[in-house]
Design a protein around this ligand. Structure first.
Ligand code: 1GP
Length: 255
């Protein structure tokens, strides 16, 4: 059993993966979202089987936007609320947990450990469950996250490098690894990258960025993704399609 042992939210994610083969995580970026519409959307996604809500975005600077969204969602939904912070501004008290993430292929130590050190006392004070996660940016496209995070993205045709970084995350004690193509990416993380990472590590593999259809979600799950994140598809307002994506994710990956 790792120390500290997994908290309530982490256990729920792990149980979801164990029971369903893979889970869906709904990402809401407070800068892209009308807070009034969030609760009904989240309720629909919860009914469809999404496992948790992630709150955050690369350019968020106003913590109160995240707090407001978290409060509204909590009033209407029982889904765990997990912060997906871009920095210290992404840490608020109203969530259940935080992906305590290090952008492993940033060229700037601020995004590897600097922001985390500044945020750590807040996480403790707010009583947030910290879920240690290695965050790795994949693919050549310039996205908000790769620009802001000053990343040196791992090329899609270098799956072994992605696997090395993911294994390093595991050996450093991180309990999830997130392969990120960037929000709205034209090319999601390629199946070969997911497959190679999955073969290399024992920790759950989260995949996001550009997964806009059930087919792309299913392809990622078949390649070995344990969790699929969608953000842009939810912002687009076609909740029917997001519900289809959730259905595709929850199907047994062995099918
Ligand atoms: C971004 O991986 C997430 O951090 C989700 O990406 O917005 O493209 O779904 P999309």
């Amino acid at each position: 059993m790792p120390y500290p042992s997994p908290g309530r939210v982490e256990r729920r994610l792990l149980d979801g993966i164990a029971n369903n083969g893979a889970i869906h995580l709904a990402l809401l970026d407070p800068e892209e979202f009308d807070p009034g519409s969030a609760p009904s959307i989240v309720k629909a996604l919860e009914r469809a089987g999404s496992a948790a809500v992630m709150l955050g975005g690369s350019t968020v600077s106003l913590p109160s936007q995240i707090s407001d969204l978290a409060r509204r969602i909590r009033a209407e939904s029982g889904l765990p609320i997990i912060l997906f912070p871009n920095g210290v501004a992404g840490v608020v008290e109203e969530a259940d947990a935080i992906f305590f993430m290090s952008l492993l292929n940033s060229t700037n130590p601020y995004y590897i450990v600097g922001a985390q050190a500044l945020a750590a006392p807040l996480v403790k004070r707010f009583g947030l469950e910290a879920i240690p996660m290695g965050y790795i940016i994949i693919g050549g496209a310039q996205t908000s996250v790769s620009f802001i995070g000053q990343a040196n993205p791992i090329p899609q045709d270098k799956p072994d490098i992605a696997a090395m970084y993911a294994l390093a995350a595991q050996y450093m004690g991180m309990r999830f690894v997130y392969l990120e193509a960037g929000s709205g990416a034209k090319e999601p993380v390629r199946p070969e990258v997911i497959r190679r990472v999955k073969e290399a590590v024992d920790i759950p593999v989260i995949v996001g960025g550009g997964i806009s259809t059930p087919e792309l979600a299913e392809r990622a799950v078949r390649a070995g993704a344990d969790a699929i994140v969608t953000g842009t598809a939810i912002e687009g307002g076609d909740i029917g399609r997001v519900i289809e994506i959730i259905g595709a994710v929850r199907r047994d990956r062995a099918i």
